[in-house]
Design a protein around this ligand. Sequence first.
Ligand code: FUB
Length: 360
Amino acid sequence: MHQGYYSTIWIKRALCLFFYVAACSRVNAQEVTNKKDTGKYASQPLVSHIYTADPSAHYFEGKIYIYPSHDTATQTTENDNGDHFRMADYHILSMDAIGGKVTDHGVALRVEDVPWASQQLWAPDAAFSKGTYYLYFPAKDKQGIFRIGVATSTRPEGPFTAEKDPIAGTYSIDPCVFRDDDGSFYLYFGGIWGGQLQHWNNNRYDAAAKLRNKEEPAILPRVAKLSPGMKSLEGEAAEVKITDSDGRQFMEKDNDKRFFEAAWMHKYKGKYYFSYSTGDTHNIVYAIGDSPYGPFKYQGVILKPVDGWTNHHSIIETGGKWYLFYHDTQLSGKTHLRNVKVTELKYNSDGTIQPVSAFR
Ligand code: FUB
């Protein structure tokens, strides 16, 4: 009886010890995993006090200014329409140099201060011309249709004052404004699915239009020259032709290469580099051309998929080096709560870009 009692105690003690050791090693394993997780990223978020995404970087007045989306928590269920991206204002960030302290300049524009807009301030861009800073931004109008608006300021960080109406002839999302060497400005825009580009044919809205079938030509981004006043288009928007290396236009099924959203334009050694996100295959890719209007020949991947569904970037040169600004979801683990980052971008001697990974 006694023997049985003691052996029961010893069995209990042994079991306790076993569970204690197991629990300890689980905690240790968890800590190691967390440390490894932080270290797995090649770059760290530029700010962590707010969520930021879609960074459009520019060099203004001797500093680097970043024009990002300001992601906010939302109760809206995640869907293919992007309804969970319900951003309500913009904050502009700046830093003296890459790696330096990042300043958040506070609210630069709010959706309620845009007379024509109803919701969803998505990825913006900015430009400077003749003493004025211009903020270009997409938002849904009162009918729920994405348009592109413009707001002005005397300062790169704002605050910005929005025009009464969206820019005539614009639609969809993700404006990118490119200044060519001759001082002309070009506006690129468009994004499919929630960005609504599939509803626009010949610059007319078709509510019934559907996404393309796999065997149909892929939907193309749009470009228009900006008029000297920077608030209107010079003529109608045109499609930006992107082809494979053999000159073949991409089909919808080429979704590892065809355009989805997030256009960016930069010039390197006299060539025009048009880069964009492939959307559901999550790459940032690029194509090269001889004119800001294209056509552009596909070259390859710039940024491989990051954490999170979306991939969005900008490219600038500063201090004699080239940099890629992008975002991922390191801080939140949630698709619609992103954080902006930066990393160096390198070219090969033939002008091609060395692909970047967001991970070590
Ligand atoms: O931030 C909202 C949308 O997500 C952007 O407009 C897209 O480019 C994607 O990053």
